[in-house]
Design a binder for this molecule. Structure first.
Ligand code: AKG
Length: 276
């Protein structure tokens, strides 16, 4: 029996490869989280910037709360079952009137897992729409194999390698419009991307990338995990500790290791490595 989603929503996710919008919290509550995050960001800028955007939930308590938000976890459970761990997070911020974009890609391409039945919730902490540069999905593309990606390293492309799938039928793209406090969820293999932020406000999206069931294992490189729901999930690898407060030294130590491991995975075999 699903906890939050209807059977129809679950079927839609399986069919389309994404689900959106899902209400997580009120707009007021989201503004509150945004304020807490932006306070921490300006107080500790060395822990949160464009090149220090991965695993940020290990630095700041407000983001740790979000990756444990019961409503998000209940929706994840409806999609992938009751046992899962968190692989990483990415804070995707597009500053006002900036050219940064995300090219068409499939997340799983460089994540190095044995199978790709996992899911990424993307929580909006600001309005996410065409003007601010929301994500767009190509429905059903998660059901085909991983497509060839060209690593462009294009300057304004905020993906690690600037990787892109060519010849995408953009006429089929669906924009995921979210108010603060809503999330979308997407499958590891769906083709998606996002355009530049042409508005006068920040676009802040917190990607919990990704929640994975216990039968998903790292086969390229090694990673650390934060166990989220279920028991004895990841005995074969380093488990991370939750921050008790901002910049909790034990959690931070885990972040340093997790960030380094993640970079080794995402740039495995690459000729060039960027700072994010
Ligand atoms: O935030 C964006 O615009 C893109 C995020 C993305 O590609 C992802 O979460 O997988």
């Amino acid at each position: 029996m699903p906890k939050v989603l209807s059977q129809e929503q679950i079927e839609n996710y399986k069919e389309q490869g994404f689900l959106s919008p899902i209400d997580v919290m009120s707009e007021d509550e989201a503004v509150h989280y945004r304020q807490r995050f932006e306070r921490a960001e300006s107080q500790y800028p060395e822990h949160a910037h464009a090149e220090k955007r991965n695993n940020i939930h290990l630095s700041f308590a407000c983001l740790d709360e979000l990756v444990h938000h019961p409503r998000i976890l209940d929706v994840v459970e409806d999609l992938i079952g009751a046992n899962f761990s968190l692989w990483a997070t990415v804070m995707f911020i597009k500053e006002p009137s900036t050219p940064h974009y995300v090219s068409w890609h499939q997340d799983a391409t460089y994540m190095g897992m044995n199978k790709n039945n996992f899911v990424t919730p993307w929580l909006a902490l600001s309005p996410s729409n065409r003007e601010t540069g929301c994500m767009s999905m190509i429905p059903g593309t998660h059901r085909a194999a991983i497509q060839p990606h060209d690593d462009t390293y294009a300057e304004d492309n905020i993906l690690t390698r600037g990787q892109v799938v060519r010849d995408v039928d953009e006429s089929r793209a669906v924009d995921l419009i979210l108010r603060p406090g809503q999330m979308s969820l997407h499958h590891a293999e769906i083709i998606h991307g996002s355009q530049a932020n042409t508005s006068k406000q920040r676009r802040i999206g917190f990607a919990m990338q990704s929640f994975m069931p216990p039968d998903v294992h790292q086969v390229v490189g090694k990673n650390c995990w934060l166990d989220i729901r279920g028991e004895n999930l990841r005995q074969d690898s380093l488990s991370l500790h939750r921050p008790k407060n901002d910049l909790d030294p034990v959690a931070l130590e885990g972040r340093d290791i997790a960030d380094a491991n993640l970079a080794d995975i995402l740039y495995h075999g690459a000729k060039t490595k960027r700072g994010y």
